[in-house]
Design a protein around this ligand. Structure first.
Ligand code: ACO
Length: 374
């Protein structure tokens, strides 16, 4: 009988004080604060400060934090030059992974692994990642990147850098709430990847590169793009039932459903559902929202699968006019707040993360000289 735990299910691999998931009751807390409170009242900048420093900032602390984020939005010209060299077909997640890696030697504290230096690096990285994603969107469309707008908050500035136009404040607030909702989530796969890299005492940038590569996959952050592709493939409400029956018959996984930890619906998904509904109403296009509702009804009648964060975020981003392959990069520009908080936590009480494997291959196989092999 195997002693391996496939997918490490149920294994507690770290202690954390950053976020807590109550998977049975469908609740999520950052530093003890309910995610619903944060989505309602906070901003991405304030939530990031909460995750990094452990407490909600005072007004003065938040002002200073926001200023530092604004001051670090520009990326070195060499990074833009690097983006210009990449093939236009490079995925935005691939671009982000490459650019974050390339940013490391430009960071003035790259060789310093103290907590203070790592917080400085995290500010620079969190401020720069939206600039990279937006610059790539411009460059691949033959346009020059838009200089960040210091008057705008993090989320609004990202939308501004995509189009060069100041976004509608309501749309910017929706994106801000999405960033809050995605900022941390226990020991999810990408955060674990970041912590494994940090546990070797590799540096913060390397940890974030590992995390970006891990988030990209369709079983993790990449699912939001797949949800939108599914909605587009189905096309309209009348076709949902038939499509879902076909998907079940083919034993396809339905993107945006299922979760390793949640047994109840993911509370982030329920918030995103509200945002999807209000955007559907304000945009006058209820198609994606209504299709999503119908899909959820059919899936949950078939299997007791919780809806996860990636399901409604798809139609939210699409209705905001964001290109589909930027959905997962948006996840990354939020989750970097959690990844970096976990890197500090890992360094603060480090032990190399090194599980074992159960060997199931052959033993005592003789080495056959190359000329005698068949
Ligand atoms: N659609 C249909 N069936 C599903 C789904 C789904 N989305 N998710 C799980 N199941 C079924 C599996 O087929 C399996 O059934 P079986 O026991 O009859 O074989 C059972 O539920 C358990 O599924 P696993 O894949 O073993 O569960 P695991 O905990 O390993 O995976 C995961 C969790 C990867 C999220 C899975 O539910 C999935 O692939 N979902 C779709 C992709 C997705 O939405 N990912 C985003 C997750 S949230 C995030 O990472 C940000």
């Amino acid at each position: 009988m195997s002693t391996a735990t496939k997918g490490l299910e149920g294994i507690v691999a770290a202690q954390t004080a950053i976020s807590f998931i109550d998977g049975i009751n469908g609740r999520l807390f950052y530093r003890g604060i309910d995610i619903n409170e944060l989505a309602e009242h906070s901003t991405f900048e304030e939530t990031t400060a909460l995750l990094w420093y452990g407490d909600l900032p005072t007004r003065k602390q938040l002002d200073s934090f926001r200023r530092k984020m604004v001051e670090n939005r520009l990326v070195p010209n060499e990074i833009i030059a690097l983006l210009l060299l990449l093939p236009k077909k490079t995925t935005p997640m691939g671009v982000l992974r490459t650019a974050v890696s390339a940013l490391a030697p430009f960071d003035p504290e790259t060789g310093d692994n103290s907590l203070e230096a790592n917080v400085h690096k995290s500010i620079r990285l969190t401020a720069a990642m939206p600039t990279i994603v937006a610059a790539w969107e411009r460059i691949r469309n033959g346009l020059w990147p838009v200089t960040p707008n210091a008057q705008l908050d993090h989320a609004a500035n990202f939308l501004y850098m995509l189009t060069g136009k100041e976004p509608d404040p309501a749309a910017a607030r929706v994106l801000d709430q999405c960033l809050i909702l995605h900022a941390d989530h226990g020991l999810n796969a990408s955060t674990f990847a970041a912590r494994i890299t940090a546990s070797t005492l590799s540096n913060l940038h390397s940890s974030i590169v590992s995390a970006i590569g891990t988030l990209k996959g369709p079983l993790h952050g990449g699912a939001n793009e797949q949800v939108m592709r599914m909605l587009l493939e189905i096309g309209n409400l009348d076709r949902v039932e038939q499509y879902m029956r076909g998907a079940f018959a083919a034993k396809k996984k339905i993107m945006g459903f299922g979760h390793r930890v949640y047994k109840a619906d993911d509370p982030r998904a329920l918030w995103l559902r509200r945002l999807a509904e209000s955007l559907a109403n304000s945009s006058g296009n209820r198609r994606w929202y209504e299709m999503s509702e119908r899909i959820r009804e059919i899936v949950q009648a078939e299997k007791p699968l919780p809806v996860n964060v990636d399901f409604y975020s798809a139609s939210v981003y699409y209705t905001l006019g964001i290109p589909i392959d930027l959905f997962t990069p948006i996840f990354a520009i939020s989750r970097v707040a959690g990844w970096t908080a976990h890197v500090y936590e890992q360094y603060s009480d480090n032990r190399l993360i090194r599980p074992e494997s159960e060997y199931i291959g052959p033993m005592n196989v003789p080495y056959v000289p190359i000329d005698e092999r068949e």
